[in-house]
Design a binder for this molecule. Sequence first.
Ligand code: CA
Length: 227
Amino acid sequence: MVAVVVVEDERLTRRAISASLRGEGFEIHEAEDAAACRRIVAELSPDVALVDLGLPDADGVALAGELRAKGDIGVIVVTRRSDPAARIEALDLGADDYLVKPVHFGELAARIRSLLRRRRPEPQRRVRLGPWRIDLEARAVTGEGGIARLTRGEFNILARLIEAKGAIVSRDDLLNLISRHPEAADPRTVDVLISRLRNKLGDAQERRLILTASTLGYQVGETSADP
Ligand code: CA
């Protein structure tokens, strides 16, 4: 889920923006000032920050620049200030986008999605793995003999391995994917799901669709793009 920190000192505005974005499916963290924002960013590395320029404890323009300097968070300035000087300053400091209040909530959500698309190039969503065509978006696995009926957990594991593009994915990472309480879960659950996944994919040794990387974890065999 895309995580957004909403930095806004006016409680009602913050609540309204947060509620509308939650409704759009974003994970929202509310910050009433720059200090709270820095704490949330350090702890949770959200994907996007919405930054109000008039904050009680910092100049929002400086905060936007500070966040943007970290490089891995998208920054959208949301402000009452509509003067070109404020806009130019914010964009020059590296804000990715700029919206003047009152913001249209639908537009705000669309700007966030657009920002994420620009920052993250679309990963290959359809790949071939051995005899299978895998559509990561539709969560479908199809072969000559029909579709493979994977459970949610099995598919999540397969998708994670494919997204890692042959890099080893640790058991712990896979356990995080399939368990609500990974710290209490048995890592062997992963081995069991991998074994079921291999059965369903008919992964006999010579096909080598899913490889065991000694005790470290698992990796996917060679995939190719499925145009
Ligand atoms: Ca304010």
